[in-house]
Design a protein around this ligand. Structure first.
Ligand SMILES: [Zn+2]
Length: 157
């Protein structure tokens, strides 16, 4: 997987990810998301592995990649947190690559550009961690804790 992702670096639409000091695991995960290749339940089901199709985070909708990282109620709260903090008016595009492009365009409104740039990575890294801890370890954090985790990633990467 790593060799494969290294070969794909040139195609990554948002190269900043790889230049900034984002932990490699998180950066790799975001690459996977952009390729829509992450092993969500949707993908597992396509491979004939039958699981509940519900999103692990909200339990309300089918867990597609787009749902999990753009439209899920839990993910949406993280987006709103940063949009409010930064005073950015932004409507969520339908696709991950569009979201990244749109976010890159909108950040000119912010003075703290460097930190704003890595917000999507922080959100998705947090969501990935939360989803996996719920899915594999059966550990569920409160919304406040999830928000705090996300802010901590942003402050310390
Ligand atoms: Zn959800």
């Amino acid at each position: 997987m790593m060799n494969h992702s290294n070969q794909q670096l040139n195609y990554w639409p948002w190269k900043l990810n790889w230049k900034s000091k984002i932990p490699h695991k998180v950066a790799c995960f975001v690459w996977l998301l952009a390729e829509e290749a992450v092993l969500t339940q949707e993908n597992l089901m396509k491979r004939g592995i039958i699981l509940s199709p519900m999103c692990f985070l909200c339990g309300e909708q089918a867990e597609t990649v787009n749902h999990l990282i753009l439209h899920c109620r839990i993910t949406g709260q993280l987006w709103r947190l940063f949009l409010n903090l930064r005073g950015i008016a932004w409507s969520m595009p339908g696709k991950i690559t569009e979201a990244l492009k749109s976010w890159e365009g909108s950040r000119s409104a912010s003075k703290r550009q460097k930190q704003t740039r890595i917000v999507p990575t922080c959100i998705w890294g947090t969501i990935c961690r939360e989803r996996n801890s719920k899915c594999f370890e059966n550990v569920e954090n409160s919304m406040e804790k999830i928000k705090l985790n996300c802010l901590l990633i942003l402050c310390f990467v």
